[in-house]
Design a binder for this molecule. Structure first.
Ligand SMILES: Nc1ncnc2c1ncn2[C@@H]1O[C@H](COP(=O)(O)OP(=O)(O)O)[C@@H](O)[C@H]1O
Ligand SMILES: [Mg+2]
Length: 357
């Protein structure tokens, strides 16, 4: 799939403002971004449910949409799964999954439906009706229905958000393996950055109608292109500074500020896991000694709230995330060091979040 400079407006509202994106066969690409940034509009355009205004959409090497010329949804070889699953309530699971195979020979159709149900481990549901299914089962039937006709592209819009959190983890895991096994290209939309990292070969981060960065999860997380992308994937500590001789000085030492002009005001975004803690000892630099205000075990990690002394006698409040339980508690003094690979310098004027819509 390839999108070339796609733009879309609803009246005066520019919902998509020049989107370029490609998905290769067998690849899972997740579009992630805050509510209202244009994710669903993008999927609807690819599916042919929305008329393309500007740009071009190519599927399997063929142009399926140009302004004024579009292939209908059923001619695009696409499988769709929506947030609410949209199963046909009056059809059995077999007929739901066989829906896209109506023109197949009945014997082949039956065999393909059973094969897909087996693949999704829902073979026992052949004769069930949607209202008798659990949320997880409905999700699997919806996915089976989308995959049954062997589409070249699967479009998933927030496919797990209707499930409660425990079930979601299990369903996500199976879906990832099912998608990979099906070999279809997949474009999945989510507003949840962790879900995107779990599912995606590559992630496209959207903001206000455009793609801010595309890359493998590790690139997006360790080399974010903007303050917005940095803050979208984790809680961040935000410091401020001014560039002197190509660097910005912080209480953790000087950080390189390549690409920023001398005297520029910058923000330094530090992921909580980049602040490493040890018991304060003799010889520690005073600037690096923090006072623990609280330490809270969150399951997989502990969040430590720190007050760092500053010249002006106010305190700087920082969060450190430690990958296990810690012995530190309220009132303890700790030496704080910074892993510079997870501190990012951007212009002070860059927004770190969108007003939620
Ligand atoms: N049919 C429509 N008519 C008018 N405005 C729309 C329509 N669909 C979406 N929008 C607007 O376009 C923007 C993008 O919406 P959408 O693609 O649904 O965002 P997302 O899926 O990222 O939450 C939002 O501001 C939304 O209100
Ligand atoms: Mg949406």
């Amino acid at each position: 799939m390839e999108l070339r400079t796609v733009r879309h407006a609803f009246g005066g509202l520019q919902a998509l403002d020049g989107v370029d994106l490609a998905v290769e066969p067998g690849e899972v690409v997740c579009i992630v971004g805050p509510s209202g940034c244009g994710k669903t509009t993008l999927l609807r355009l690819v599916a042919g449910l929305e008329v393309l205004q500007e740009g071009e959409i190519v599927l399997g090497g063929q142009t399926v949409a140009l302004p004024g010329r579009q292939a209908p949804p059923e001619a695009r070889g696409i499988g769709l799964v929506f947030q609410d699953f949209a199963l046909f309530p009056h059809l059995s699971v077999t007929d739901n999954v066989g829906f896209g195979l109506r023109r197949w020979d009945p014997v082949d159709r039956r065999a393909r439906v059973l094969e897909v149900l087996e693949q999704f481990a829902i073979g026992e549901l052949v004769d069930a009706f949607p209202h008798t299914l659990s949320g997880g089962q409905m999700q699997r039937v919806a996915l089976a229905r989308a995959i049954a006709p062997r589409p070249r592209l699967l479009l998933l819009d927030e496919p797990f958000s209707g499930l409660d959190s425990r079930l979601r983890d299990a369903v996500r895991d199976r879906t990832l393996h099912d998608l990979k096994e099906s070999g279809a290209a997949t474009l999945m939309v989510t507003h949840d950055p962790e879900e995107a990292m779990f599912m995606a070969d590559r992630i496209a981060v959207m903001r206000a109608g455009h793609i801010e960065q595309v890359g493998r999860p590790v690139e997006i997380y360790y080399r974010p292109a903007s303050a917005f992308v940095t803050a979208f994937f984790s809680d961040v500590n935000r410091l401020q500074g001014v560039v002197r001789d190509g660097a910005v000085s912080t209480l953790f030492g000087a950080l390189p500020a390549a690409g920023h002009a001398e005297g520029a005001e910058v923000q330094i975004l530090i992921r909580p896991e980049a602040l490493q803690l040890a018991w304060a000892g003799e010889g520690d630099h005073a600037a690096n000694i923090g006072l623990v205000r609280a330490a809270r075990l969150l399951g997989r990690s502990t969040l430590v709230h720190l007050d760092m002394p500053r010249k002006d006698e106010a305190f700087l409040h920082l969060h450190s995330r430690v990958a296990r339980n810690v012995a530190f508690g309220e009132g303890d003094e700790v030496a704080v060091t910074l892993d510079q690979s997870q501190a990012f310098v951007f212009a002070a004027s860059e927004p770190i979040s969108e007003p939620t819509g």
